[in-house]
Design a protein around this ligand. Sequence first.
Ligand SMILES: Cc1cc2nc3c(=O)[nH]c(=O)nc-3n(C[C@H](O)[C@H](O)[C@H](O)COP(=O)(O)OP(=O)(O)OC[C@H]3O[C@@H](n4cnc5c(N)ncnc54)[C@H](O)[C@@H]3O)c2cc1C
Ligand code: SF4
Length: 500
Amino acid sequence: MSPLVERDGRDLRGRYVDEADVVVVGSGPAGAAVARNLAHRGVRVLVLEEGHEARPADFAPSAVRAMASLYRDMGTSLAFGNAPMPYLQARVVGGTSVVNGAISWRFPREALDEWIAADPAIGEGLRYEAIAAAEARIEERLHVAPTDVRVAGPKNLLLARGADALGVAHRAIRRNVRGCTGEGRCLQGCPHGHKLSMDLSFLPDAVGRGARILAGMRVDRVIVERGRARGVAGVTAAGARFEVRAKHAVVLAASAIQTPCVLRRSGLPQGGAGDGLAAHPGVSVTGRFAEPVRNWRGATQGHEVIGYRGEGIKLEALGFDVSLLASRIPGVGRDFARRLAEIDRYAVWGAALRARGRGKVRPGPTRPIVTYSLTDDDVRKARRAVRLLGDVMLAAGALEVYPGIPGFDPAVRDRAHMARIEAEGSLAASDYTMSMTHLFGTARMGSDPARSVVRPDFRHHATDALYVADSSVFPGNLGVNPQIAIMALADLCADRVAVA
Ligand SMILES: Cc1cc2nc3c(=O)[nH]c(=O)nc-3n(C[C@H](O)[C@H](O)[C@H](O)COP(=O)(O)OP(=O)(O)OC[C@H]3O[C@@H](n4cnc5c(N)ncnc54)[C@H](O)[C@@H]3O)c2cc1C
Ligand code: SF4
């Protein structure tokens, strides 16, 4: 086995039993932050991860192959609702940090203020200063810094050019990378280990302090005896049953989709576990430029427009592998072939929406059943985001942009025409092609046990020694990329576990 993972469930064919002081379920940003914190205090931590270990040398340039090997459900996870809404998560040691864009934002104070306004007790558990202090430590460890212009590449620099032309605020994206050479493959896993995902940062830190990681171990339920969490039970990747006892606590950090499923499978639906799913649905627009963009090169996501954040819209450059990029190019037959010959001229930029829609997660027979619908306002926001993306592209010099909204012109060449989308573009949610990568709110934190799953100190309302550390506990979405905020809150959760 590797120095990181002690054992993999693929090799565990008979019933397996283990124990630790604290059992952590999931090894993404939340689980890794908990494990690192507790291991540094000398606590015996055992991390159970359903996915397997993957190393930079194994990461393929092809998005399709990356989906098949690193993403949950091979990238086919889907939320049912009023719009087609795939959601993406990884299933690998290091969690979704292995395939994310490395964008590193701090927890926005306005989000915390909203949570506290709705439930003042949250302010007693979560102090902004404590979150900020944790984020400062995390940022230092993960080398968070603005994207270096030398590795940004045209797709990011063009976004800056367009925003400048419109006079809207923009900036180089702060990312958790070290020595990034701008290969543009973050979403397939960085082949050089330049992205400081959890498998290359917090998890080795934790293991260096005595934490243990078992991969290929799917936790099905928490073992609850006399109102207290005593451990977890599940199935190894080889199909054998396992049980791991926890002397001190069980911490769920399996993500906002999987954590509520574990709770419900454990007979712990209290407080509406699985209800209240919130997200940042994303829309994207493709444009064609006169000069080479080579969208697959340069920092995967290196530049963002922040001037529309007040409206709940954040624009980002997107780096796609060439196969995905080809699927964004319009046309058929010879027309498509002609465009494909110029694939290096195309860019795709995206917008993350601070949507108000809510959904539900329930365990299903083979995968979670997820429902999520946009509100009417969210659809208006999506339509406006398409207009803004097209606007910035045209201001940056795009020859034409492809809004991709049925019933509206497939190719737009000037800004006045683009503006018409806000009056004429469809308001049917299903006309927008979207996806979700930031997920929250399915085991909410709060003071009322009838309406929340954990207390403001991350403890489960109804079960002792059980904590939830991931973004399930966030009462709502943030409006910014959440990984650093997730790590910071998980770090605070670990503080609570340690003193309990
Ligand atoms: C393509 C993509 C790009 C993104 N880009 C960014 C970005 O640039 N910046 C940013 O801030 N955020 C980004 N995100 C979001 C960010 O990565 C996630 O919000 C974050 O990783 C969530 O952390 P987590 O620990 O809660 O869950 P995850 O990272 O999903 O980790 C959960 C882990 O738990 C494991 N697990 C689940 N169920 C079980 C079980 N029953 N038993 C054992 N193990 C289990 C999973 O296999 C997984 O490894 C992106 C997401 C995607 C999909
Ligand atoms: S842009 Fe490329 S080199 Fe830089 S971190 Fe991402 S995959 Fe690695």
